[in-house]
Design a protein around this ligand. Structure first.
Ligand SMILES: [Cu+2]
Length: 379
């Protein structure tokens, strides 16, 4: 047989052999799996509200979308509404939080006051869901924003958060990384009762470009967990720039397989615990931004907080939606952060306080994204 004929006959076999050995990148596969689960959740949710006569229906459903999928004018509208909140007078009592000045500070203050009760416990998912909802509502009703809260899917740029559209430093971003500050010491911060040390990463200084540079945006509260603390234990007025220190060492923990493990949880105990386990996606979302977002109590001072928590809130109904009947009403954990001090288990009737932002809510009132005050879907 001639050599050329032999090659032609063998080509399909060679192709087969190389197909068999071509391994699919597990991260690419995991990202596809997550999108597939999201599609299932969307289909189920739309079907469930199609024929009902409640306040929330397919016509008034808010569509929460990933930052990179918004048009530039849509992103700019969102940024303008954030600035509006940051320039409006707030309602927080100066006796409670002497440093609070603005409507935006009302939100930071609420988080600060509730922090001992709403992290790494049975209130975490419910508190942050409603907290983000209240923020979205304030952007819309107090600042004329027409869109929905957006989310930051950190899984898209897990190799390096500096590649994220949300941090590209354009006028339609949430600002860039912080300016690089060389020769910094590591910082130690108390996170959920544990002292953690963070090495300097790629920034460390004030946000360098975009709409949240020092001339355009000032934060007022904290530091609390970092040292030195701000005046009056971090509750006093401490105007300073927004800093960031984007860190690929932590963004790598928000890779898509970590998300698909989260979504593979059989119950909410697993779902809740994985979020804050070492390398968990909730903590790693904060840690990869660095500086302000490490300081749990005042972390909403960085506007990225809302997009990160919308991403956590997005994964929650995708997980719930895989078996709504058994998963919608599950609650797991106690009513104190990391169970310090030890406390009773949270139940559907446990109420969560929202300070000046809203009247207290029972956990059962916020478990659905399309009932009560909620009417939104993640796209
Ligand atoms: Cu929080």
């Amino acid at each position: 047989m001639k050599l050329i004929t032999l090659l032609v006959l063998c080509l399909p076999l060679l192709g087969l052999a190389s197909d068999q050995h071509a391994s699919v990148d597990p991260e690419v596969q995991a990202a596809k799996d997550v999108l597939q689960l999201q599609k299932q959740y969307q289909d189920n949710l739309r079907a469930s509200i199609r024929r009902r006569r409640t306040v929330c229906n397919p016509k008034n459903l808010l569509h929460r979308r990933e930052w990179g999928s918004l048009s530039e004018p849509e992103r700019e509208d969102y940024v303008n509404a954030v600035h509006c909140l940051a320039n409006k007078t707030g309602q927080t009592s100066q006796t409670d939080i002497p440093g609070a000045r603005t409507r935006y500070d009302d939100f930071v203050g609420c988080h600060l006051q509730q922090s001992p009760f709403v992290h790494a416990d049975g209130l975490f998912l419910s508190y942050h869901r409603h907290f983000v909802r209240l923020y979205e509502n304030a952007l819309r009703t107090e600042c004329g924003y027409q869109g929905a809260q957006s989310y930051w899917d950190w899984g898209l740029t897990y190799e390096d958060p500096r590649n994220a559209t949300v941090f590209d430093g354009s006028p339609w971003s949430l600002g860039s990384n912080g300016l690089y500050v060389p020769d910094r010491d590591p910082v130690t911060i108390n996170v959920f009762g544990q002292n953690l040390t963070f090495q300097p990463a790629t920034g460390g200084g004030c946000v360098a470009s975009g709409p949240f540079t020092p001339d355009k945006y000032v934060i007022h509260l904290g530091p609390i967990a970092g040292s030195p603390q701000g005046p009056q234990g971090g509750l006093g007025y401490n105007p300073r720039c927004l800093t960031r220190d984007l860190d690929p060492a932590f963004s790598r923990d928000t890779h898509p397989t970590n998300v698909s493990w989260e979504l593979a949880c059989a119950d909410v105990a697993c779902f809740n615990q994985l979020l804050d386990a070492p390398g968990g996606i909730h903590t790693s979302g904060h840690f990869q931004v660095g500086t302000i977002t490490l300081d749990v109590l005042v972390s909403p001072s960085d506007p990225i907080f809302w997009l990160h928590h919308a991403q956590i809130d997005r994964l929650y109904p995708i997980w719930q939606g895989q078996d709504l009947r058994t998963r919608l009403n599950q609650v797991y954990g106690t009513v104190t952060t990391a169970n310090i001090p030890p406390s009773e288990n949270a139940t559907l009737d446990t109420t969560i306080s929202f300070g000046v932002l809203d009247s207290p809510k029972a956990i059962r009132d916020v478990l659905s994204t399309v009932d009560g005050d909620n009417c939104y879907i993640y796209e």
